[in-house]
Structures are given as structure tokens and as C-alpha cells.
Design a protein around this ligand. Structure first.
Ligand code: ZN
Length: 287
């Protein structure tokens, strides 16, 4: 975009204001790796769900259990939605998670739920891609800056209809598992955690970009369920998202979700987070 306004004389001073972290991470509950260690050492797999390419599946995880999203067969990204399995109106809040944690998530980060409950839904307890960090393009893995691919954007930009975008895949999966119509289910689909996806903003124009995911078969990201969860995972039609998305051109692979049960009493310190204590009065005497 062409700039129409000249910089004021004190432009350099204004730009030199120091950045201030909006939400200090030291005010969040401390992530204690050791508190999960005993549970992770001896947990056992109790369920698994294979997510077919260009499709989605749901899975249930009880509070106190773990789940993993595992790369199998080939490099593939996934779009993850999470709900409180007992109340779908409490769901993953990508934007608040971005503010409280970072643009890309890894071990120790929490996935926060929507207002007014706003609590940790899940904690990331292992990430085999944590070595990636930030590359020379400013990209990282597992972002909460983008959202799922969807047929409405496709119609806007390409004037065609593609039915196996992550948004549609997640919609069908939720409709099937909860006996909802597609319209009912679609209203519950929300901004995602882009699992294994490698993304950033370009350094010159700050546009959202993707590049081929570094994930390889055997890699996984692991979560601890802080509350009862219903999850939905789409194996994105973009495959490793190294070239395109929202079409049938790119090779796609399945993803595996595994649910793990820790041994009884292996997490004596843990208790499920309660909903936010804010009363919802918003400055008035009645809610
Ligand atoms: Zn997608």
C-alpha cells in the first residue's frame, strides 16, 4: 500500500518506544515438567483414532488423561478444535492463547478456553519438533495465528467450491459424532491450533505465509487434558502445506490420535482448573 502521509519530525522517537509484553507469562501458573513425569513414564494407550487424509475425526479425552497427535506415513499438518465435552459452548480460544502464550506453541504452553470460563483446557507436555524454534524466515511450528482453510475463502478468492477444507471436514466430523445438522455443527467450529504447520508473517509485508512442514513420521505433539475434552482433528488438504491448500493437488497423509491413561495416583498435585471467578457483572450490579 502506498503511504500518503509524510512522517512527522519526531517519527524516530515515536518508533523507538520500547515494546511491552502485554500479558506477562510469569503471572500464569508455572509449568512443572516434573509433575507430569511420573504420569508420562507409565501411562498406557487406551484408544486411538486414525484421521484419513482430507477428512476429520473426533475423539474424547477425560480430564487427567493425555493425548498425542502423531505423524504417520508422510509429512502432514492437522487442524485441531477442542471443546469441553460436557458443554460445547466452552471451546478453544486461539486468540487469547496467542496473547497469553505466543504465536506458536510448544511444550509447557496451555490451550485456553473461551470467555466466560477462560481456563486451561490442555497443556502441551511434549513436542518432538521443539528443536525447530524460529527459522531465518521467522517461521515456527504449531501456530495459533492462522485459522482453518474454508470453502468461503475459496469461493471469494478462486470462485470455486472445494468441499474438503479443514472447516468442512471439522463440521462433518462434529455433526456425525453429536448428531447435529451441518448448520448446527458449523457454528461450533472455531479457530484452530495448526498442528505441525510451519508459518509466519513475511518480514517485508507482514503477510501470513506457510512453508513445508518439518514434521516427519514418528513426530508427535502431546497434550494433557485439564478438563473433559471433545477434540476434532482435520488432516488438511494442503498436506505438508509446502505449496497449496484447499485442493486435491498436494499429497496428503493420515494422522493418528492416541489417548493415554496414567496410572492411578501418579499426579497427586494436579486438580482440574475451575472456570474464571470473574462474576460477569461488567460494572453493573446485575449480570
Ligand atoms: Zn486446512
Amino acid at each position: 500500500m502506498t503511504k500518503k502521509n509524510p512522517a512527522p519530525p519526531d517519527a524516530a522517537d515515536r518508533r523507538a518506544a520500547p515494546p511491552v509484553i502485554c500479558y506477562r507469562s510469569d503471572q500464569l501458573p508455572v509449568y512443572k515438567e516434573e509433575s507430569f513425569a511420573a504420569a508420562r513414564d507409565n501411562f498406557r494407550k487406551i484408544a486411538e483414532v486414525t484421521v484419513p487424509p482430507r477428512d476429520a475425526r473426533t475423539f474424547e479425552v477425560k480430564a487427567g488423561q493425555f493425548f498425542r497427535i502423531v505423524s504417520i506415513e508422510g509429512s502432514q499438518v492437522g487442524d485441531l478444535n477442542l471443546w469441553n465435552s460436557n458443554n460445547l459452548s466452552e471451546r478453544f480460544y486461539s486468540g487469547k492463547t496467542r496473547q497469553l502464550q505466543a504465536s506458536h506453541l510448544t511444550t509447557g504452553d496451555r490451550l485456553w478456553s473461551s470467555l466466560p470460563t477462560m481456563r486451561a483446557m490442555a497443556t502441551i507436555t511434549h513436542d518432538t519438533l521443539d528443536w525447530y524454534g524460529w527459522d531465518d524466515d521467522g517461521a515456527g511450528v504449531h501456530d495459533v495465528i492462522g485459522t482453518r482453510c474454508d470453502p468461503y475463502t475459496n469461493r471469494q478468492l478462486l470462485d470455486n467450491d472445494y468441499h474438503y477444507c479443514c472447516h468442512s471436514n471439522l463440521t462433518r466430523a462434529l455433526a456425525d459424532t453429536r448428531g447435529l445438522s451441518l448448520r448446527e455443527a458449523e457454528g461450533h467450529i472455531h479457530d484452530v491450533l495448526n498442528v505441525f504447520m510451519c508459518t509466519g508473517f513475511t518480514l517485508d509485508t507482514h503477510q501470513y505465509f506457510m512453508k513445508a512442514s518439518p514434521v516427519r513420521p514418528g513426530d508427535f505433539i502431546e497434550f494433557f487434558a485439564e478438563i473433559d475434552l471433545l477434540g476434532a482433528l482435520s488432516a488438511c488438504p494442503g498436506g505438508n502445506c509446502g505449496s497449496s491448500h484447499s485442493d486435491d493437488e498436494t499429497p496428503c497423509f493420515p494422522l493418528l490420535v492416541e489417548v493415554y491413561q496414567p496410572a492411578e495416583g501418579s499426579m497427586p498435585q494436579w486438580s482440574a482448573p475451575i472456570p474464571s471467578a470473574y462474576p460477569g457483572s461488567h460494572g453493573r450490579s446485575e449480570c
